[in-house]
Design a protein around this ligand. Structure first.
Ligand code: UD1
Ligand code: UDP
Length: 356
């Protein structure tokens, strides 16, 4: 058996890992060991995904969360290193751009264990974002860079990766695999009251929640949209919950607890429009042909802007409202070639098989 270690810790990573783990399982010669750093730990931010998406239970759970970036990453690095020394895997898989990603990549690189980065090459070109730092550093120590888009491949080429001893492959986006695979299992959130038209919103990006002015502008916009356009349904991320309380801001919309992925898919299938600052939601809106207003100054998923299915808005209330009004009844064209059409996990598993 060839041992491979997957390191995950945050909500979107569970969703991505579910389809890749499933594809890896089909290869009887690969043994996957899962480390859950514990970065996300509430049952509706973690357990629910393992249970509903039948992800294998983590072999190691580190319970490291809720501290500063440096402390969190450092503690993860220490604990992951111990496991890597003990387990001696042939390679390590990391996903995306969280602190768990960076800690896993640093631990493996110091032990000269090949790193497989899934969702490599994405750039916002905003070094103020913790995610931009995490993804650039992770890409730079990885041996296999599985890119979700051509844009991501181009970003790496521009940074000189083509002349290095690394493999860069555009496999498509594993989130499209997940969305397609699990969409038949979508289920209505139990606390959701019957509504014909509604807007689905999510908000958690640190640059929005941790700045009182930006957060207050977004809150005002969502309250206005809820009252005057369509009801806004918002599964509240724990970071946003904390920051709303800290800044004494009141979101007067239909707030619900974070939901599982299957409930989220139902909300996506039934909404009229998505307002978000999430990376994953931007693409899921597209997969379900819903217009999306992204409340950020830039996006890594630039092809959606070029296609006219996603529009960026700064955080000014009036601009968010204007973007929503202008976009609400837009027909969205879905093109399955942009993100690979749901074949990313299979391609990743095939490549990993060749590597080991
Ligand atoms: C993290 C990622 C971000 C990703 C997001 C997905 C980093 C730097 N950020 O942001 O890229 O988009 O996950 O959702 O890695 N909390 C709870 N319960 C939980 C999880 C978090 O209460 O289950 C609280 C934490 O205690 C902390 C806050 O939420 O106070 C933020 O959590 P953290 O993991 O640091 O960052 P996210 O904002 O979740
Ligand atoms: N998601 C979920 N429940 C929620 C909010 C989001 O299952 O209450 C899913 C969402 O559908 C997407 C992923 O979590 O698949 C995105 O995670 P998040 O927005 O937390 O992180 P990002 O993608 O911005 O890193």
């Amino acid at each position: 058996m060839k041992k491979i270690i997957t390191i995950i810790g945050a909500r979107p990573q569970f969703i991505k890992a579910s389809v890749v783990s499933d594809a890896l399982k089909k290869n009887k010669k690969i043994q996957e060991i899962i480390i859950h750093t514990g970065q996300h730990f509430d049952s509706n931010m973690s357990d629910i995904f393992f249970n509903e998406l039948t992800i294998p239970m983590p072999d190691y759970t580190l319970n490291i969360h809720s501290s500063s970036h440096g402390e969190m990453t450092a503690n993860m690095l220490i604990e992951i290193e111990k496991i890597l020394i003990l387990e001696k895997p042939k390679a390590v898989i990391v996903y995306g751009d969280t602190n768990s990603t960076l800690a896993g990549a640093l631990a493996a690189s110091k032990l000269h264990i090949p790193i497989i980065h899934i969702e490599a090459g994405l750039r916002s070109f905003n070094m103020g974002m913790p995610e931009e730092i995490n993804r650039i550093l992770t890409d730079n120590v990885s041996s296999i860079l599985f890119c979700p888009t051509e844009t991501a491949v181009n970003n790496l080429q521009k940074e000189g990766f083509s002349s290095r001893q690394v493999k860069i492959i555009n496999v498509g986006d594993v989130m499209e695999d997940s969305a397609l695979y699990f969409s038949q299992l979508a289920k209505k959130p139990s606390e959701f009251k019957s509504m014909k038209n509604f807007i689905l919103a999510t908000l958690h990006r640190a640059e929005n929640t941790d700045n009182k002015n930006r957060l207050s502008e977004i809150v005002n916009a969502l309250n206005h949209i809820h009252k005057n356009i369509y009801p806004v349904v918002l599964p509240l991320h724990p970071r946003t919950n904390k920051m709303l309380k800290q800044h004494k801001l009141h979101l007067d919309v239909h707030l619900i607890e974070p939901v599982g992925y299957l409930q989220m898919l139902w909300l996506l299938q039934n909404t009229n429009l998505v307002i978000t600052d999430s990376g994953g939601l931007q693409k899921e809106a597209f997969f379900f042909k819903k217009p999306c207003v992204t409340v950020r100054d830039q996006t890594e998923w630039i092809e959606l802007i070029e296609l006219g299915v996603n529009t960026l808005s700064d955080t000014k209330s009036e601009n968010i409202i204007k973007a929503v009004k202008g976009f609400i009844n837009t027909d969205i064209r879905y093109i399955n070639s942009i993100y690979g059409g749901g074949t990313a996990a299979k391609k990743i598993a095939n490549e990993i098989e060749k590597l080991l």
